[in-house]
Design a protein around this ligand. Sequence first.
Ligand code: ADP
Length: 234
Amino acid sequence: MTDGIPLVSFRGITRHYGEGGGLVRALDGVDLTIERGEFIAIMGPSGSGKSTAMNIIGCLDRPTSGSFRFSGVEVTALSRDERAKLRRNYLGFVFQGFNLLNRTTAIENVELPLIYRGTPKRERQEKAVRALQLVGLAGREHHTPGELSGGQQQRVAIARAIVTDPLLLLADEPTGNLDTARSREIMELITRLNQEKGITVVMVTHEQDMAAYAHRVIRFVDGRIASDEARKAA
Ligand code: ADP
């Protein structure tokens, strides 16, 4: 991973579904550069291509055409296994619905990505404890999701996403299931991870109040970037 190279580069990215009269241009020629350390909010109406773009950045889906480089590596040329490795090593994901394993304790949920990486048990536990401390959940290691509030569950999910020290955190409406106070707390946590740990953040949100935490707001309309504006952090 070389300095001076953008973390994410889209050049002429398209993603089409279907064909003929039923062709949907989910992404219709997107150019986008994301530098290390940025905190970006992605907004736009439903069906505008936000999830499609996130899935491509997250190496979960491939574009129909165009170039997608992650830290200089042309991801479109990688095999499925190579993309999975890139995901495991460099990306963290946070979703609206938390996506935790229900009958599994907080620490076990956070250890999961380290198990996939083959990290030895002791190191795994140490890292998971530290990640839970970082998100403000020290002492809750052995609680299951059912014993935690929504805000706390999202903190566990964030700890799980960052326990591998990812370069990029992809968050899909991370506060969509939370009340206003809890949403602010989660946004303050994500801001701290961006500022103090230097994790680049790309977050989809429908809420202006949440987008206000980002430094840059990109709006999608009809599979294209309609606006891309730097803004002051809240
Ligand atoms: P957003 O996340 O902004 O709501 P999406 O990226 O999910 O938008 O969708 C963009 C467009 O692509 C929409 O018209 C949607 O219906 C279409 N689309 C998304 N996924 C599929 C799919 N798997 N098959 C067919 N069309 C899809």
